[in-house]
Design a protein around this ligand. Sequence first.
Ligand code: SAM
Length: 217
Amino acid sequence: MCRVGEQFDPVAHNRAAWDREVASDNEWTRPVGPEVVARARAGDWSVVLIGYEPVPRDWFPAELAGTAMLCLASGGGQQGPVLAAAGADVTVFDNSPAQLARDEEVAAREGLAIRTVLGDMRDLGAFPSARFDVIVNPVSNVFCPELAPVWRESFRVLRPGGVLMEYSHTLTEQIGGQLAAGFVLTHLVEAPHHADATARYMPGYFATRAVKPADPA
Ligand SMILES: C[S@@+](CC[C@H](N)C(=O)[O-])C[C@H]1O[C@@H](n2cnc3c(N)ncnc32)[C@H](O)[C@@H]1O
């Protein structure tokens, strides 16, 4: 257990935990293979946010070339390399050095330009305001004690018109929190949690697409 003074430190705890997941080959730390990258280069690509469900293609801009994409808490060599091979200008931000090393491995193997940045998703101070067109945030904010700073920072680093895609907490924190930060929700989809018995009764995962309005109120 990682503690700051007497307080539990979720960032240190999750950093060590995800570094261990990489060492034990958890499936969400396993990088994509060369065939996936080759297909993405040819325009045939998809990425997941929740479970094994591909994100609908129309959640992304029609043309990825030149799209500044932040893969937020998305290490593991999965979404980042696929989106980079499909033409996006990709930055992968994650709290686990070992997860980021997965993206670096694929980038080196495939000759892809991917920036990796280590940090806590509540603080995107490494980036200037309006730096990105799209933020892709797969299953991860369940590891984060508070979401308001994540939405605030995501809103700040997106350009007006930019898009945020993400994942689970309470609906008030997830959806209410995005609305409070100024986002406009455009899509919501659900999927069963693959390893959860309650999946028979309720979906467990949901993903949203939200836009930073061109003229924020
Ligand atoms: C389930 S994995 C998601 C990435 C994976 N590529 C996927 O598709 O599911 C969760 C990720 O969240 C990262 N993470 C956990 N807490 C974080 C935080 N506070 N800030 C940034 N990343 C965090 C972990 O290091 C891990 O890489």
